[in-house]
Design a protein around this ligand. Sequence first.
Ligand code: SF4
Ligand code: SF4
Length: 204
Amino acid sequence: MSLSVVQVDYKLSRSLIREVMDRSGQNLLACYQCRRCAAGCPVGDETGVTPDRLIRTIIFGDREKALSNLLVWKCVACYTCGSRCPNNIQTARINEALKEMGKEDHVEPLLPAVAAFHDNFMRSASHFGRINEIEFMGLYELQNTKREIKKGGGWKVVAGALKSSARLAVSMMKKKRLHFRLNRIRNLSEIKRLFRKAGNGPGG
Ligand code: SF4
Ligand code: SF4
């Protein structure tokens, strides 16, 4: 039987753990790898990364893997992991923190369309205090179109994507899920203050 030795750079590991804990509000050090979270994660199998593994990656100080893995981008924020965790660790919040950290470190997102969704959702929320579907869809499509053109996808690909979004918009309108009114929340200044305080939000 051969044993594999894991090399850990404790200095790197300490600073990564501290940063993720501060930004996510989750106590990673409480994790004792019981894997109860892993059993319930609906995307663990397809991403090849379960919440316990993600936490272990952070504990070992592997910043590159922590910021660039499919769980961060495919997490559906169902909070099953957190509800099963005996230590109440919410991996969905860790994933949100890692998304923002990756963006600041200019790490190419593994799923750019999901990254565009996330960025523009936050941008729209920072403008109105809640998402405005029309603004959000416009920003989201613009970002995806720009990316497709940049990578040489051609107008056919762009037109196909726009057509499918238009179909989605029509079906959402029929179900009254797409609103043209620009509803603002009452205390919008509070939300703007929170975005400013977070410092890493799109601000907008
Ligand atoms: S359930 Fe909680 S303590 Fe157990 S491995 Fe998952 S995060 Fe760690
Ligand atoms: S919140 Fe994300 S990481 Fe947790 S179980 Fe759901 S999909 Fe998996």
